[in-house]
Design a protein around this ligand. Structure first.
Ligand SMILES: [Fe+2]
Length: 315
């Protein structure tokens, strides 16, 4: 038997895992072990630091509930979600609107609403605005009957899902018309802090990061034959547009609140226009491209052991 040392341990693990029948699982786990071992060697990881890391990951797991997904938040704040989104965008057969984070606050059970509906249950005077845009293919051809799911925070900077037992608010599912246009009423979103009362918040505070996200509205768009799009619009005048704590914002997704847009389908209100281009479906779209999910779906999946955590948006 060979002697195991800090130099030979990596190869010993890889040899033992070489029996993995699933080739993709073998590839991913081999790389994970190589990089984990390399990380430990690079920082000369001490036993105390290792146990602190284990305690941190345990705390992240314990913070997860049907309303909160702390692991998605951890992935987001480490830039891993944005990286996986970027890698996914590169697999599209056409360049459509870029992906942004699904985040930890997506909820599958959003109501289907008529065009023009106000999605906020309460609207403070002066905060109402119109949100509209066109969903097209990459050549600008309209996509009729596309499903456009939208969610955002309320005026307090919280999602409905963060308020215990809260009813559905600030979210809804709309359908595009024959010109590919969706339109709804909402309130102007504001920037907000990610939840700072858990282990991820402690990490952010320890790193002296501000924890803020720029004002944004999330979108999940589906149309038969096209790649599902998970993205978000960002308000250009937000001071944190360039230093989003979860690395979701980018210049190509930034839009303005317009007080006199002659093309707005609902007159008399300020408006935000956000057009989206969808790539045709390709080989890479046989599996979901979502990075994040409804926290309740993750809890269900953990209980049943079923890896399927969501249904396609276009269904
Ligand atoms: Fe968000």
């Amino acid at each position: 038997m060979r002697e195991l040392t800090s130099d030979t341990i990596t190869d010993a693990v890889l040899e033992q895992m070489a029996t993995t029948p699933d080739p993709r699982m073998r590839e991913v786990m081999e790389a994970a072990v190589k990089h984990l071992h390399a990380f430990a060697r690079e920082v000369n990881l001490t036993p105390g630091e290792w146990i602190k890391g284990i305690a941190f990951m345990t705390a992240v797991g314990k913070m997860c509930t049907a309303e909160r997904q702390e692991f998605v938040l951890l992935s987001d704040t480490l830039g891993l979600s944005a990286l996986v989104n970027g890698l996914h965008d590169e697999t599209a057969i056409e360049e459509g609107t870029h992906t942004s984070l699904l985040g930890p606050f997506y909820r599958e059970a959003s109501p289907k609403l008529e065009a023009g509906t106000q999605i906020a249950r309460t609207v403070k005077p002066g905060s109402e605005c119109v949100l509209y845009g066109r969903v097209t293919d990459v050549n600008g051809g309209p996509l009729a009957n596309a499903t456009v799911s939208i969610w955002q925070t309320g005026a307090d900077g919280l999602y409905d899902i963060q308020e215990q037992g809260a009813a559905i608010d600030y979210r809804g599912v709309f359908t595009t018309d024959t010109n590919g246009v969706y339109v709804l009423r909402t309130v102007k979103p504001i920037g907000y802090s990610i939840p700072m009362d858990g282990p991820v918040g402690e990490m952010i505070a320890a790193q002296k990061r501000h924890g803020m996200r720029p004002a944004h509205i999330h979108f999940l768009v589906g149309a038969p034959g096209y790649r599902e799009l998970v993205t978000a619009l960002y308000l250009r005048d937000d001071p944190h547009l360039a230093d989003d704590v979860v690395f979701g914002s980018s210049g190509d997704l930034a839009v303005d609140l317009d007080r006199s847009d002659p093309n707005c389908p609902i007159k008399g209100l300020p408006s935000i226009r956000f057009d989206m281009r969808l790539s045709r479906e390709g080989e890479a779209d046989k599996t979901s491209g979502r990075v994040g999910t409804d926290p309740a779906a993750i809890m269900r999946s953990a209980k049943t052991g079923n890896g399927q955590t969501h249904a396609p948006a276009a269904s």
